[in-house]
Design a binder for this molecule. Structure first.
Ligand code: B12
Ligand code: SF4
Length: 492
């Protein structure tokens, strides 16, 4: 029996990408690969292959395969079970459905087609209603559900259209009726999961970039030290998806880090929703990383409420080079509406502390376009980016998608019609999108053109080995630069 898993490419047309920059890039059909590993299907493929199933993965996004080429890959793999990893905001449910239809029509009508990941979790019945050729949606954590499906398939229990009845976490079709089985309980101890076998991804070169420049210097990969988050920000899907935060132990993480170092990896991105949530765990991890003399550079998302000098120093000592904070808004009213549970004093302190301990690149994310946000509040948020001592701001337009609380509220208030926008999400703006985009472009220009900012950046670069190394690395790879395309929308 063969199982193939695909991380699809976003469709080109009409998707709501979340970031302004993303939206502009997609609309102009320029660049379409961000460079991170599809960890979800990698975890699944690893556990399946450890259990002796024949499994293959295609990262269509990274490989840049057309749908036609992807179909050829599927034909060659000839799977019995074909799984797609779908993310609403990326519109990859649409790509997956387009490919799946062709597979059933032209390649193999008997292949079991499964959709997984966030999109499938929050839109399971909608997907099955709209696309009759999809056999099931797998909700939530995938490892144990996939193993159970594979076991049952191998025993021949999927013949005669049966098989999914008692598998938890599955929504499936039975004689035209859509059945939603009970949720699957979460894996209690995620240390038990095998380390993702990155070799299964083949020869793709993953990378990480900011503003068109490579920031991952050296062989790069991503890693997860936990699943979920304990907070419940209203624009985020994490807690609805995972329901709670589950950590790996520092000892287990260090074991994976040692393995990665022995495989030549030098640069990491922690993809955790909330990497810094437990100070105690990170302090211990930092101690163990140093004890084991693991020498890797890394970047992560930070939360401003968990950014004490002590914690940031420990992070710096274990290789932290880049931190990206969710600042979100310059208005306390909007921060409270997002249920973000932070205030602007904490934002200032976190950025000051990061600078003091010597984090080489400090990024901040801002969201504008909340339905209740006034023009003045949008301006306040954009201006906040100019006041903070950060290296780059990243502006996003609030995406409202199934799986975040704002979606539920907007549906309840009849501000959106779920039937029209469930496949890619939407935005509910209080002022026109074109005005928001123009204000963001203008802020970006002002941000970059400040003489004080330019001189500080030069000084910071001269005193940072990582930044100097970054310049050498990017000069060497000048052919890969994409600064012009990346910055063009902002320069106008
Ligand atoms: C890496 C990442 C990206 C990468 C994606 C590339 C890649 N190869 O993954 C990049 C940088 C491109 C990205 C972009 C964006 N992202 Co993003 N991203 C993530 C992140 C941090 C990690 C994903 C991951 O690897 N998780 C770890 C694995 C183990 O978990 P998993 O993927 O959920 O997989 C499990 C299950 O879902 C399931 N499963 C997954 N696939 C499949 C397939 C099958 C067949 C089955 C059965 C099961 C299954 O089993 C897996 C194991 O248990 C997540 C947050 C997070 N921590 O999950 C956000 C997240 C996926 N991103 C999100 C968002 C909003 C975005 C952006 C819109 C952000 C923005 N404002 O620009 C853009 C989208 C732009 C675009 N056009 O794509 C949201 C998605 C929300 C949603 N409901 O769709 C998330 C969940 C963040 C959040 N907390 O809200 N992102
Ligand atoms: S935005 Fe960050 S802190 Fe808030 S719920 Fe999502 S992962 Fe947690």
């Amino acid at each position: 029996m063969k199982i193939s898993l695909i991380f699809p490419k976003p469709p080109k047309e009409g998707i709501f990408c979340g970031t302004v920059e993303g939206a502009e890039r997609y609309n102009k059909e320029k660049i379409d690969f961000y460079g991170f590993l599809p960890m979800g299907i990698l975890y699944l493929a690893t556990i399946l292959s450890k259990n002796n199933y024949d499994v293959s993965i295609l990262d269509q996004f990274a490989k840049g395969y057309s749908n036609q080429r992807t179909l050829e890959w599927i034909k060659h793999e000839d799977p019995d079970i074909l799984g797609f990893s779908t993310i609403t905001t990326a519109g990859t449910g649409i790509t997956s459905a387009t490919i799946a239809k062709k597979v059933k029509e032209d390649i193999n009508p008997n292949v079991k087609i499964l959709f997984g990941n966030y999109h499938a979790t929050f839109n399971d019945t909608r997907i099955l209603k709209k696309y009759p050729f999809i056999d099931a949606c797998i909700r939530g954590e995938g490892e144990n559900t996939m193993l159970e499906i594979a076991e049952k398939f191998e025993k021949g229990l999927f013949e005669n259209g049966q098989g999914f009845e008692d598998i938890r976490g599955v929504t499936y079709r039975d004689n035209g009726r859509i059945i939603r089985n009970n949720d699957r309980p979460l894996i209690e101890n995620i240390d038990e999961l095998p380390f993702p076998d990155r070799k299964l991804l083949g020869d793709v070169e993953y990378k990480s970039e900011v503003e068109g420049l490579d920031i991952a210097l050296g062989k790069f990969t991503t890693i997860a030290s936990s699943r979920g988050c304990a907070f419940k920000c209203s624009f985020c899907s994490s807690s609805m998806f995972w329901s709670k935060w589950r950590p790996r132990t520092p000892e287990n993480i260090v074991e994976e880090l040692s393995l990665l170092e022995s495989q030549g990896y030098q640069n990491l991105l922690w993809i955790d929703d909330n990497f810094t949530i437990s100070k105690k765990r990170l302090m211990k991890l930092s101690y163990l990383v140093r004890k084991e003399k693991i020498d890797m550079d890394w970047m992560a998302e930070g939360r401003v409420t968990q950014s004490s000098r002590e914690l940031l120093t420990a992070m710096k000592l274990m290789g932290c080079k880049i931190l990206s904070f969710g600042v979100e808004s310059g208005s306390q009213r909007i921060l409270d509406w997002y249920n973000k549970k932070i205030n602007l004093n904490q934002v200032n302190d976190a950025i000051k502390n990061s600078k003091k301990v010597g984090i080489d690149l400090i990024l901040a994310n801002f969201i504008v376009g909340a339905p209740i946000e006034t023009r003045e509040e949008i301006i306040k948020t954009l201006n906040l980016s100019l006041k903070l001592d950060i290296d780059f701001p990243q502006f996003h337009i609030l995406g409202i998608i199934p799986g975040n609380w704002i979606w539920d509220q907007m549906v309840k208030e009849k501000k959106i019609n779920p039937d029209k926008c469930w496949e890619v999400g939407t935005a509910v703006l209080s002022i026109p999108l074109s005005e928001i985009m123009e204000r963001i472009r203008d802020t970006h220009r002002r941000f970059m053109m400040r003489p004080r900012y330019i001189s500080r950046q030069i000084l910071k670069t001269l005193s940072s080995r990582y930044r100097l190394k970054g310049i050498m690395h990017n000069v060497k790879n000048i052919d890969r630069w994409d600064i012009w395309n990346r910055w063009k929308p902002f320069w106008g």
